[in-house]
Design a protein around this ligand. Structure first.
Ligand code: HSE
Length: 306
């Protein structure tokens, strides 16, 4: 195998209550990438389409993640990477993670698959450090492993994958303003009241239990965030209105996707997810803000060869 073409999916991190630890993988929304073997050692980003991103390996999230993996690979060849971006930077659906996950996944395949998908998270996280200044794995883990993932610990890395209840669908609206993750992390407070922490970990436990038992109502009740959302919500246009409309139209729950500005909702069944999408559309159609809406089932596979 000389080269592979990949679909590298978008992801929703945090899922309301699980800041920096929970995430899910979307289907049908993502980037395409080509990773190929090269006689020239090292990594070269040879093409980027769809976004204005640096080609220099050390300045590109795919390059940096790839370099972290390359150090551990025992290969006598190098790699070329082409990136065809569909996920916009600063969208809140894991744009940098998709590039980083695709790079390490592709390189690992071409090197004979020495690492598991979970093991690749460690390398892909280096891309997040470059993109946002923090080594969180809640986007790269679902991008690589698929389904829902929990980052029980990021050092040492301990990722748990949960398969998704079969009728769960995500609706995501992306108002096309850019919110930088680093800036949206800077608005957070490092200390939280014990009362809020208790509410939050009650919801995390409820969400995980709901996913394992396919208890859709429990999943919905648990999609609450009393810590991060109150601080970030005001930066997102129409956030409260969209959230309210989503739930009114049948969504189990709704919240900020990653660090925003995208807003997600989870629903039972495609038809409800579609109805939720229409309610989001009617809100943004009344504004001058350009937006995109995605309805997606949960992608249980993660990044894949196409
Ligand atoms: N957990 C991260 C944050 C995700 O919310 O800052 C960033 O995409």
């Amino acid at each position: 195998m000389k080269q592979i073409k990949l679909f590298s999916p978008a992801t929703i991190a945090n899922l309301s209550c699980g800041f920096d630890v929970m995430g899910l993988c979307l289907d049908g929304v993502g980037d395409k990438m080509i990773v190929r073997k090269s006689d020239q050692k090292g990594i070269r980003i040879t093409r980027i389409e769809g976004a204005d991103l640096p080609l220099e390996t050390e300045k590109n999230v795919a390059g940096v993640a790839g370099l972290a993996l390359l150090k551990k690979l025992n290969v006598n060849f190098g790699f070329e990477i082409e990136i065809y971006k569909k996920i916009k930077a600063g969208s809140g659906i894991g744009s940098s993670s998709a590039s980083a996950a695709g790079a390490v996944f592709g390189m690992n395949e071409l090197a004979g698959r020495p690492f598991t998908r979970k093991e690749l998270v460690e390398f892909a996280m280096q891309g997040e450090v470059l993109a946002s200044g923090s080594a969180h794995a809640d986007n790269v883990a679902p991008a690589l492993c698929g389904g829902f993932t929990i980052v029980r610990s990021s050092s040492p890395l301990d990722i748990i994958k949960i398969d998704s209840p079969s009728e769960l669908y995500a609706t995501v609206v992306h108002p096309q303003i850019e919110l930088k993750t680093s800036e949206m992390r800077a608005v957070l407070t490092p200390m939280i009241p014990l009362k809020s922490a208790i509410t939050q970990w009650g919801n995390v436990g409820g969400l995980v239990a709901g996913l394992y038992t396919s208890d859709y109502e429990l999943i919905g009740r648990s999609l609450q965030d009393v810590i991060v959302e109150p601080l970030r919500g005001p930066f997102i246009p129409n956030f409260n209105e969209v959230k309210e409309a989503a739930v009114k139209n049948g969504a189990l729950g709704s919240g900020i996707s990653g660090s925003g500005p995208s807003i997600f909702a989870l629903s039972k069944g495609f038809n409800t997810a579609q109805k939720v999408a229409e309610s989001m559309r009617s809100i943004f159609e009344k504004t001058t803000i350009p937006f995109e809406i995605h309805v997606s089932k949960i992608n249980s596979e993660g990044v894949k060869i196409i």
